[in-house]
Design a binder for this molecule. Structure first.
Ligand code: SF4
Ligand code: SF4
Length: 218
């Protein structure tokens, strides 16, 4: 290599280093600094619950089976007229943040927020699955669960638990949910009193929770 080439090979990288030493960095000192994201950022989902019409398009659009629906307490999902009352639950543990559910939503109910921080606060896979009440934007709808079993009770309406568990557990949870659903329908039909329903449903929910706790985080 000629002497000129050698000098160039030293000076050119130094010029690049020098340029970036005086320009604003692209990175931030996370978590001390919060990143400012663009308006188009596909962050964690939010739900304008009062705009949702329960149409089912977000679930149909999802390529990764991350969405299923929850009906409010006392509402019978077998009655198709009540479909408008259901709201989407979402599994961020499987979500690829493609935005297809948001694009498909005809009312702008489900949307991406600017939030990008996603974490599980315990070893439980459950932390990454959010009920519609947890992602609701309205204060009077939003809910924080006191215990995991209350959240499991609501998620038992969805197939998100078995999809999250995957592998050999998928079929086990599916079967347990079928049993749970039979009890639920009996309660809705007035064939099971509240106390018996609560006791029997709780037994199944406890098993499902134990299984979900064994599932490693994605
Ligand atoms: S953003 Fe997530 S939930 Fe929505 S369609 Fe894509 S994978 Fe499914
Ligand atoms: S969030 Fe939108 S697409 Fe999903 S059920 Fe509600 S209205 Fe339909």
């Amino acid at each position: 290599m000629s002497i000129i080439k050698k000098i160039k090979s030293i000076i050119l990288p130094m010029r690049v280093t020098g340029k970036y030493m005086v320009s604003k960095p692209f990175t931030v000192m996370y978590p001390r600094e919060k990143a400012v994201v663009k308006k188009q950022w596909r962050g964690l989902h939010g739900l304008h619950s009062n705009k949702c019409i329960g149409c089912g398009l977000c679930r149909m659009a999802c390529p990764n089976d991350c969405i299923d629906y929850i009906y409010p307490e006392g509402v019978d999902p077998r009655d198709r007229k009540q479909m408008k009352l259901r709201r989407p639950a979402i599994d961020w543990g499987h979500c690829i943040f493609c935005g297809l559910c948001v694009e498909a939503c005809p009312t702008g109910a489900i949307h991406h927020t600017q939030e990008y921080k996603i974490y599980a606060t315990s070893d439980s896979r459950l932390d990454l699955i959010r009920t519609p009440y947890e992602i609701a934007t309205e204060d009077d709808v939003r809910k924080i669960y006191d215990d995991e079993l209350s959240k499991i009770r609501e998620l038992m309406q969805t197939d998100l638990l078995e999809v999250a568990a995957g592998g050999e557990w998928e079929e086990v949870i599916k079967k347990l949910r079928e049993r749970w659903r039979d009890l639920w329908y009996m309660k809705l039909d007035g064939k099971l009193d509240e106390e018996t329903w609560d006791k029997k449903a709780r037994e199944i929910e406890e098993i499902v929770l134990e299984i979900i706790k064994q599932v490693s985080l994605p």
